[in-house]
Design a protein around this ligand. Sequence first.
Ligand code: SAM
Length: 221
Amino acid sequence: SDSHFPVPISPSHVDYSLHYPHFFSSSGEVGSIRKVQFADVGCGFGGLLISLSTLFPETLMIGMELRDKVTEYVRERILALRTTNPGQYQNVSVVRTNSMKYIPNYFEKGQLTKMFFLFPDPHFKEKNHRRRVISPHLLDEYAYVLEVGGIIYTITDVEELGDWMKSCLENHPMFEALTEEELEADPAVKLLNTATEEGQKVARNEGQTFQAVYRRIAPSL
Ligand code: SAM
């Protein structure tokens, strides 16, 4: 249960120097306060983060994962990569938390530039839709922590969930769909199908996928 992991009372109570010692060390960028900009929500075994780490080496990014063992696996995976690739993978970390409850405890208003929701659990039954990680209510929270222009990436192999995520985003006043050209030009979009363990499983089984990629826009006056 939640009582088994610490919950920071506010973003300023998270000691990110423990997550990214290289970026906060005295030999690093003294005085500049670096903030996490990418969040991989329900990161699972961390494949996306590992790919993003080298693609955006100067961006701090974090995975949020509910399962204790899985979080520990990702933590060790990152530490091993740091050891075998000196100077690399310093920008990536993971926390064990319930993202449906604690996003605002980790991130300030407008802090994030990208949020990823890759192959989230489908929660098929109508009464369980409130447990879905994309919902009208949670999109309000995601809009709060995303900067204007920030992007939310979703993908699933469950058509019904794909429709649901897309319609939640489409109907939310603070998000608009990226154009085909923008999707083409975005290197993160290319990772949605290929980088995560779940995505690779779906690809091996030649399953179809459904993605929705939306931008956080300024509220209209
Ligand atoms: N994104 C990964 C991938 O594509 O391989 C993992 C997909 S897996 C089907 C969904 C993950 O979300 C699981 O690892 C699960 O533990 C995690 N999860 C479910 N609910 C969560 C929550 N409320 N907060 C954080 N993680 C959650």
